[in-house]
Design a protein. Structure first.
Length: 644
């Protein structure tokens, strides 16, 4: 009966969402407080029944209820319990229910943590989120119901979860990524609510800002976790491939980054109002576009779900309604939106505007590279692919310019500043950046590498300017550091995270080394100063697989560095083969070993890699996420404000 309870709970949540999307909005438009009061209990009720629905599906997986078709297709009695739980979102139907659950939780969070917000604003925000909830719950119920029974013939056992997904990465990556995706619905709802109320003021920007930052933090962590998962699980040491689905998560992140900066300017100076609204609309629209690309079946990706065209059409209609409806509303309300202040060419506003323009150009570049093959295929039925070389050529220069401008914009002054003052403030940082960019490649690799030099220049420039700005604002006194706002410290850590990631990406892309070779037990290979000894081969019995295990002893200058175990697994149910890489992680290098196919006489195809500064990529993401968290904790976001 758990499946039926889950289905009923989903339908009740739909009823709550319908009331939430209509009644509070009528109250806000007619100024009837008793109708607006429905917003919070409806949002909380929707969230509660979505939790019940999700818990029911989870129970079906844990108890091996193979009468539920979705469970039968994505689980097996031999599957470890922890993976039975994560299998809930391991395919289309369950992951969509997770998406809807996240939307309900975001709505509940707004309902609970918006007590200092005017009731009229809360009613409109939750009504807009209710409308989005109605669309996606209908999508789940009518095209992707995870509670459908496989009657009358119930399989004795399940088809098993995709072996690629039987990993810790599935437990943490999708929920975190979805929290980011869906979180931008809050920024979208705030923007639409402000348009409906005709009040695009500092209060709106201030209250929208922490919710937008929270979504951005989750999306940052989700992308980083996906990169980390791909790195160790796919077996060849990659961490970013410009895959269409990877691009689908990067695009809303870029627009979300622009939105955070634009909200700051709107709050501080009362400018960029129209720009900010459009960014909020586009951030959520790109999240919906990513959902469409993953679930419509229009592309082939290791990350995508196989889905029928009916589902793609449904999401496309939702995307059209959200984008078309919001842009139509914006077109009617835009003439009433005016900016309160003016600024000069040399000012913080100008630098932030330039940063945002570059972020949008970078997003459009990725969007073009992702959608162009689909457009060509639709028009001419020709298969075309856009490779990583094109994305790197187009995106990397924009990223370098963005990193350079980030620090300059943060330390510049509002309204206006002189060119002489700007040069005086950045001159020392520029000289230090030039020195590091020139010396590091020579010391590390013994030769000049201009790609590395450029990456290190922009990263060092951002770090140096950031630390100088902290020194100036604290007046060189340690005790004054604690008087700087949490929002400011959030910016500092986020910018340092960008710089750390740029260093990691630059070095790992240019100074990593690898080799593919044949090795037999007892043989030794040398790579980048490390000796890899294939010590022995054996087998291991897992809960639902059998693994060939290679034991490797890695030494440097005769001293043992690590003993690593690489595996080649064969899963019993589907007979799928999976590579489990052996990795010795370090701050300045990763040693990476993966086993290929077995060869004659007990030999194996091997791939050995030494990846420089790999951990800096994810360390940078952690710094950025921590910075976002600090910004959310700024006390002014908990102050009661009134509309102007």
């Amino acid at each position: 009966m758990a499946a039926e309870y889950g289905h009923i709970a989903l339908l009740i949540a739909l009823a709550f969402a319908c009331v939430q999307s209509i009644v509070p909005l009528i109250g806000a438009q007619t100024n009837r407080e008793w109708l607006m009061q429905y917003a919070r209990p409806m949002a909380l009720g929707q969230a509660v029944f979505l939790i019940v629905s999700f818990a029911a599906l989870s129970y079906c997986f844990v108890v091996d209820d193979f009468s539920v078709a979705y469970v039968a297709h994505n689980s097996n009695s031999l599957l470890p319990t922890i993976f039975k739980f994560s299998a809930v979102w391991g395919a289309h139907e369950g992951s969509l229910l997770l998406w809807v659950l996240m939307l309900g939780l975001w709505g509940a969070a707004v309902a609970m943590f918006s007590r200092t917000l005017p009731l009229e604003m809360v009613a409109r925000v939750l009504a807009v989120m209710g409308m989005v909830g109605v669309g996606f719950i209908l999508f789940t119920v009518f095209t992707s119901n995870p509670f459908d029974r496989s009657l009358p013939s119930i399989p004795t056992d399940g088809a098993d979860l995709n072996p690629l997904l039987q990993d810790f990465g599935l437990i943490v990556h999708p929920p975190t990524l979805y929290m980011g995706y869906v979180g931008f619905s809050v920024a979208f709802a705030f923007a639409i609510a402000a348009l409906l109320g005709g009040r695009l003021d500092a209060a709106w920007a201030r209250w929208s800002r922490p919710w937008t930052t929270a979504a951005w933090v989750f999306l940052t962590l989700g992308i980083a976790l996906g990169s980390w998962w791909a790195y160790y699980e796919l077996g060849w040491g990659g961490w970013w491939f410009w895959d269409p689905v990877e691009n689908a998560s990067l695009m809303p992140w870029l627009v979300g980054t622009a939105l955070i900066h634009s909200l700051a300017v709107t709050e501080k100076r009362g400018v960029f109002k129209s720009w900010t609204v459009l960014l909020a609309i586009f951030a959520f629209s790109l999240s919906l576009l990513g959902t469409f690309l993953v679930r419509s079946g229009v592309l082939t990706s290791v990350h995508s779900f196989a889905a029928d065209p009916e589902r793609g059409v449904f999401i496309l209609v939702l995307l059209g309604l959200c984008v078309g409806g919001s842009l139509t509303l914006y077109a009617f309300k835009a003439p009433t939106v005016s900016s309160a202040g003016k600024f000069k060419l040399l000012s913080r506003e100008s630098f932030l505007l330039a940063n945002n323009a570059l972020l949008i150009v970078a997003t459009l570049t990725i969007l073009l590279g992702t959608l162009y093959p689909l457009i060509v295929d639709f028009i001419s039925q020709e298969k075309l692919s856009v490779g990583s070389a094109w994305f790197n050529t187009m995106f990397v220069p924009l990223a370098a310019a963005l990193t350079s401008l980030a620090g300059i914009g943060a330390m510049s002054r509002w309204k206006t500043m002189s060119g002489k003052l700007l040069i005086a403030q950045i001159a020392g940082s520029v000289m230090l950046a030039i020195f590091v960019a020139a010396v590091f490649p020579l010391v590390y690799a013994g030769e000049m590498n201009f790609k590395v030099a450029i990456g290190l220049f922009v990263a060092t420039l951002l770090i140096a300017i950031t630390f100088r700005d902290v020194w100036v604002k604290s007046k060189g006194q340690f005790r004054r550091l604690f008087k700087l706002t949490m929002s400011y410290w959030g910016m500092v850590f986020a910018h340092l995270g960008v710089a750390i990631m740029v260093i990691g990406v630059t070095v790992v892309s240019n100074f990593s080394v690898e080799t593919a070779l044949k090795m037999s037990p007892g043989e030794t290979a040398t790579l980048s100063g490390y000796d890899f000894k294939f010590a022995q081969a054996g087998t291991r019995q897992g809960p639902n697989y059998i693994a060939d295990v290679g034991v490797f002893e890695v030494s440097q200058q005769g001293e043992l560095v690590a003993t690593l175990h690489a595996e080649k697994r064969r899963y019993k149910v589907k007979g799928s083969m999976m590579t489990e890489a052996a990795i010795d992680a370090g701050l300045f290098r990763d040693i990476y070993i993966s086993m290929g196919e077995p060869l004659a006489d007990g030999a194996w195809a091997m791939r050995l890699q030494v990846k420089a500064y790999m951990r800096w990529v994810w360390l940078g993401a952690l710094f950025m996420s921590f910075g976002g968290l600090l910004a959310i904790l700024d006390k002014r976001y908990r102050m009661r404000v009134k509309h102007a």
